[in-house]
Design a protein. Structure first.
Length: 202
């Protein structure tokens, strides 16, 4: 989620205020991510791109090979790009929702464009996007079982192993549901706390 958000901020800014040569690729990326299932994206990155790397000269002897042969890192990339695509569009709306009068007032008192972004535009946009970001984070958490399709062992993978070894169906599923609910509660409460810390107006 952190990596995805770091990518989403420039994606949203590029769409909201960037030149066309930046805005169009950013919008195309967000449209592609939002228009395709996450499972397809995971499989494309792992089975599509991942199968090509071993045939690239020197890749097996490079420092990247330990990462490129592990499915976990492909899942991280897929989830990060997916989160960035959704949140990039959300950040675009947040940047555009900041009243232009506030930005013009900041420029009028002599702030540079970077200072306006750092002290006015970005903080206000973040305040607007926090409730949506909390919901998207919970949605991303619930999508993590898809990583099991590329042999990544997650909570659902462990649950399935327990079911196969013990022949118990309900107990492992109830337990994993409680774990997901606990993590969801922590995420929601964390964002609520952050919302109270961030002032509504600057």
């Amino acid at each position: 989620m952190v990596i995805g958000m770091l990518l989403a901020i420039p994606l949203g800014l590029a769409q909201a205020a960037g030149p066309r040569w930046l805005a169009w690729p950013a919008r195309a990326f967000c449209t592609f991510i939002r228009g395709t299932p996450l499972l397809v994206q995971i499989w494309f990155i792992y089975y599509g791109l991942g199968i090509l790397f071993p045939y690239i000269d020197g890749i097996r002897t490079s420092i990247f090979w330990p990462f490129l042969r592990e499915s976990f890192y492909y899942a991280v990339v897929a989830f990060s790009l997916s989160f960035a695509g959704y949140e990039g569009e959300v950040m675009r709306g947040a940047f555009l929702s900041v009243p232009k009068g506030e930005l013009e007032a900041a420029r009028a008192i002599g702030m540079s464009p970077f200072t306006v972004l750092r002290r006015v535009w970005f903080p206000r946009a973040v305040r607007l996007v926090l409730p949506t970001l909390a919901g998207e984070s919970v949605g991303q958490l619930k999508s993590t079982p898809l990583a099991a399709t590329i042999t990544v062992m997650d909570l659902m993978g462990v649950t399935n192993m327990i079911r196969q070894n013990t022949y118990r169906t309900y107990e492992p599923l109830i337990l994993v549901a409680l774990v997901y609910m606990a993590i969801t509660f922590i995420i929601v409460m964390s964002f609520n706390y952050i919302e109270r810390l961030v002032p509504q107006k600057r």
